[in-house]
Write a protein that binds this ligand. Structure first.
Ligand SMILES: *Cc1c(COP(=O)(O)O)cnc(C)c1O
Length: 469
């Protein structure tokens, strides 16, 4: 049965449900499976032709150790991954963009970004587990865009969850704001903070530092380091590879990367036995990962705004999971390196580990100009409009395949172009038409509370609104 250990020390191995509910390990580390389950050839061979939900159940249940019990898990997964909740019967369809290149379209969920693939499942799992133990939690987070709307969409129908999402007032795009604020549900609270995204994050951090408040309203988070998100993301690598002939031929993937969560799911699939040839990381001008794979040094820089804002990140939290595996689970070494990083903003790997890392990943950066050029080129060649995050990855993929064009390359397409209409129009001259679900939002009333950048006021707002309605 799969249990979980922290990247900073094994401690007592934890169950899947504990790991789902806790998020981060108490020692500040991230959870990883104590032993990786395997995807052997026999199992992969049987996936051919199955529906997304069936493959999702078979892969995800390798990680749950029987809790939630199989019948409930199967039902939750079937409710999550279907052609109604996601707007395509294949859930994650492939589209060909070159002789041996495909886009894996992960913008088919309720908020049209790939984050729905994990969060739609996690919201339902959370609610199920809370219902069983008769508990209610308050989820609180800060967003600069995609994550907040995906989290709200995941929690809006949950009976045992209240969700409070802070965004910087007047500093997120119209579409992104409306995806959050047009949700009319008694357990959803949008807070527009008079400040920046950093102010929002600092407020949330301060809430979690208040132990009394945490206990009072059962404060929780659905952040990018939750193991269950990685487990859910492993599924679409398996689905895409199977559709293209796995396990009989290897497939490569390119992933637009920020927090290293999505690409780590690809690494996980490979370490479980999925025949993945190459994993290519696409980064924008916030290129901490590309610089790392060039020099062996992880070094934080200032965050600079780019055309692919969901990757404007200078700390790739999930990298710690990879670091743990890279060092052969030398927990003390991971803790030392991560403490050094949080103190000084950098750490350097010794040459032997750096060489190993370079065999696992290749990383390529893409400037805003190259992003626009790629959107234009893709549209001219295929007639397809792609969003700026997808363009970063496609640019990286085209550079990477030059060395092994015989292996199919799958590029993860992480957002719908209509979420970034200005960039798409600037690149191609065509304004992407809005899917019906987005167009509807532009006419709906908005529900939001404006609060000053003031911790005391935020705390009393939470106390007044969290809890049974
Ligand atoms: C979050 C996000 C990413 C980055 O994914 P990570 O798992 O953080 O690497 C890429 N593209 C889009 C559209 C996103 O919303």
């Amino acid at each position: 049965m799969t249990r979980y250990v922290s990247t900073r020390g094994p401690g007592t191995p934890q169950s899947f449900v504990n790991v789902l509910m806790q998020g981060m390990a108490p020692d500040g580390g991230l959870y990883i499976p104590d032993v990786w389950p395997t995807l052997d050839r026999g199992l992969l061979g049987r996936f051919s032709g199955l529906e997304y939900a069936e493959i999702a159940y078979q892969v995800f249940s390798l990680f749950t150790g029987g809790d939630p019990e199989p019948a409930s898990l199967r039902k939750i997964i079937a409710e999550t991954y279907n052609g109604r909740n996601f707007n395509h019967p294949a859930v994650a369809p492939l589209a060909q963009v070159g002789p041996n290149a495909w886009l894996l379209d992960l913008a088919r969920g309720p908020t049209l970004s790939f984050k729905d693939y994990a969060l739609q499942l996690i919201g339902r799992l959370f609610d199920h587990v809370l219902g069983q133990i008769n508990k209610r939690v308050t989820i609180c987070g800060a967003t600069s865009g995609d994550t907040g709307s995906a989290a709200i969409a995941a929690c809006r129908s949950c009976r045992n969850i209240d969700i409070f999402i802070l965004h910087p007032k007047d500093r997120v795009s119209d579409v992104q704001r409306r995806q959050m604020t047009t949700v009319d549900a008694p357990n959803v609270f949008n807070i527009a903070v008079e400040g920046t995204f950093d102010d929002c994050q600092a407020l949330v951090k301060a809430l979690f530092a208040d132990q009394q408040l945490r206990d009072e309203i059962n404060l929780s988070a659905v952040n990018s380091i939750n193991w269950a998100r990685i487990a859910a993301q492993i599924v679409y690598y398996v689905v895409a590879a199977t559709a293209l002939g796995s396990p009989d031929r290897p497939i490569s993937f390119t992933v637009p990367t920020g927090n290293f969560g999505n690409v780590f799911a690809g690494w996980s699939a490979r370490s479980m036995g999925l025949p993945i040839d190459r994993l290519v990381i696409g980064s924008n001008r916030n290129d901490i990962l590309t610089r790392f794979f060039e020099t062996g040094e992880m070094k934080q820089d200032k965050v600079q705004p780019s055309l692919s804002p969901s990757m404007d990140i200078q700390i790739s939290s999930n990298f710690e999971r990879y670091l743990c595996e890279l060092t052969g689970r030398d927990f003390d070494r991971v803790r030392t390196l991560m403490e050094e990083f949080s103190k000084t903003g950098k750490f350097k790997l010794p040459a032997d580990l750096f060489e190993k890392a370079k065999q696992d990943f290749r990383a390529i950066r893409c400037s805003d100009e190259e992003t626009l050029a790629m959107m234009k080129e893709c549209h001219a060649e295929t007639g397809m409009l792609i969003d700026p995050h997808t363009a970063v990855a496609l640019h990286a993929a085209r550079q990477a395949v030059e060395s092994s064009p015989a292996v199919p390359m799958v590029v993860l397409s992480t957002a719908h172009p209509a979420k970034f209409p200005d960039a798409v129009e600037k690149a191609t001259g065509v304004r992407p038409s809005m899917p019906e679900s987005l167009a509807r939002l532009m006419k709906k009333p908005e529900f939001l509370h404006v609060l000053p950048n003031d911790l005391k006021k935020l705390k009393s707002f939470l106390r007044a609104n969290a809890g049974e309605k």
